[in-house]
Ligand binder design. Structure first.
Ligand code: AMP
Length: 508
């Protein structure tokens, strides 16, 4: 019997002496060692009575042992549910209640707080620290390895990943064996990932980017990775000369560019830099190319679909775009109201169909029906247009669209004009309640360090470039944009912070 993910990603590595993981302290793990530890971890899961289809929730710091657990879930057919380490006890209570995992593993530091939460939902609870101590580590040390993987079919759920949930309840995306495997295979092909590659891995592993995109493509090819606990600039600069690829969020690249030590000599062995999870500014792309000679390959994806669209490996990587649909992925850009296809060059919602599209939201059949059409297209909620050569350009989330006085304003369009000013580092444009217009356009602008902001000149630039209704009614300077761990600007936080802006003015 088969287990497609196990057969493709794990079984080939049994007994191999090839290097898999290098840690910053110089220690390393071969594929054979990893495989052996996975069989023991799988034994530990079985000893706790976990069966195929049960869920295992994991909220621990990034470690090789956390990867053992992921791989052991694949082997035993247990559905892997990784959780952001930033989640609070209240949030954890929601996930445990919603997913009803058979086991929850968290960091020993949070034992007292989270054991109470797990107690309420009656969830079995064990601990694992980043240095492999805790009750789960003890269980694995005593466990008998298992030999054979549980049979699984392509349509069986392999992982449950909760979306970041910026509006309403966070939803658990059910990702199947086929979703994960097809995506890993297409990325290996498209990005030319091979056994000789050594990936610089500094992303979190509770998210699709660091887990599936980075780890699954490595396992699929027998490549190796330098496994850093987080993005820490000195460790990155040390590791770069030994790496051939890096996957990052845009903040990684801006932070590298802020470093005078970062230069072309340091990336001599690199062949590919990939960016995603949030928009990479065209300016960052260009400055990175000037500094290193490398054009960052920007791609677009989401929890529900894995990777959808990518700039080409060979051929022009166009700054400010995410490229073309991956092979096997169908993309439509549609009118959000009618669902009809939009002509090229016009903005609409991205819809995606393909083997990468998730099976639905856990326990939410109605939400699933709202977002996955009967014909199989998933409505992503991202707004985009396609240029004449077919490159897809994302302009924001549908829910971030501003409607002011009945007119649509796409924040990105305004942000691009603002970002052109020399002294501007970056900006975020949001709509907040306005007594006359429904929503009023507000620009939050972050100046470059040490620059002298010239708001008058900025207003003139905006007036010269944008129709009156798109022009921000307020421009506010701030030190930093609020971002989540994946580098996404938290526009809902900004909308909350400035919700009273126009209402107060009127009252005043
Ligand atoms: P997540 O489910 O956390 O992976 O977030 C997915 C969302 O991130 C997408 O729906 C997009 O809004 C955003 N996103 C991912 N990659 C890009 C990109 N290259 N450019 C702009 N937005 C992106």
């Amino acid at each position: 019997m088969q287990n497609p993910l196990f057969d493709a990603l794990l079984a080939p590595h049994r007994g191999s002496d090839d290097p898999f993981i290098m840690r910053p302290d110089g220690s390393s793990v071969t594929y054979g060692e990893f495989f052996e530890a996975v069989t023991r971890t799988a034994g530990a899961l079985k000893s706790r009575g976990l069966r195929p289809g049960d869920r295992l929730a994991l909220q621990v710091g990034k470690s090789v042992e956390a990867l053992h657990i992921y791989a052991a879930c694949l082997m035993t057919g247990v559905i892997f549910l990784p959780l952001n380490t930033a989640y609070t006890a209240d949030e954890i209570a929601y996930f445990l209640g919603d997913a009803e995992p058979g086991l929850f593993i968290c960091d020993p530091d949070r034992r007292s707080e989270l054991s109470r939460v797990a107690g309420k939902t009656g969830t079995e609870f064990l601990t694992l620290s980043q240095t492999n101590t805790g009750s789960f580590a003890d269980l694995v040390a005593d466990a008998d390895p298992i030999e054979a993987a549980e049979p699984r079919s392509p349509n069986d759920i392999a992982a449950l990943l909760y979306t970041s949930g910026t509006t309403g309840r966070s939803k658990g995306a059910m990702l199947t064996q086929e979703n994960l495997l097809s995506n890993a295979e297409v990325l290996v092909e498209e990005w030319r990932i091979a056994r000789q590659d050594r990936l610089l891995h500094a992303l979190p592993i509770f998210h699709a980017h660091g887990l599936f995109v980075a780890v699954n493509t490595t396992l699929a090819t027998g490549a190796s990775m330098i496994f850093l606990p987080a993005f820490q600039i000195d460790a990155i600069l040390d590791a770069l000369p030994d790496a051939t690829t890096m996957m990052g969020i845009p903040t990684f690249y801006t932070r590298l560019l802020d470093e005078s030590r970062f230069n072309a000599a340091l990336v001599r062995t690199m062949r590919l830099f990939v960016s995603g999870s949030a928009p990479l500014l065209a300016d960052t792309h260009d400055r990175f190319a000037d500094r290193t000679g490398h054009r960052i390959l920007e791609r677009y994806g989401m929890t529900e679909t894995g990777m959808n669209v990518s700039n080409p490996h060979d051929g022009e990587r166009r700054a400010g775009t995410v490229g073309f649909p991956l092979p096997g992925v169908e993309l439509r850009i549609t009118d959000p109201d009618t669902g009809r296809d939009m002509p090229d060059g016009e903005i609409g919602v991205i819809e995606i169909r393909g083997p990468n599209v998730f099976k639905g939201y856990w326990g939410m059949p109605e939400k699933t029906r709202e977002e996955i059409r009967e014909n199989g297209f998933f409505i992503t909620g991202d707004l985009a247009c396609r240029d004449a050569q077919g490159y897809v350009r994302i302009v924001g989330r549908n829910k971030d669209l501003i409607i002011t006085g009945g007119y649509n304003v796409y924040p990105k369009e305004v942000e691009m004009v603002i970002d052109e000013a020399d002294w501007v580092r970056e900006s975020a444009v949001v709509g907040v309640p306005h007594p006359d217009f429904g929503e009023g356009v507000v620009a939050l602008v972050v100046p470059e360090n040490g620059s002298v902001p010239n708001l008058q000149a900025l207003r003139e630039r905006i007036a010269g470039g944008l129709a009156k209704f798109k022009q921000p009614k307020e421009i506010i300077l701030i030190d930093d944009l609020p971002r989540n761990t994946m580098g996404k600007v938290q526009k809902n936080a900004l909308r909350d912070d400035y919700a009273e802006l126009f209402m107060q003015k009127r009252a005043g």
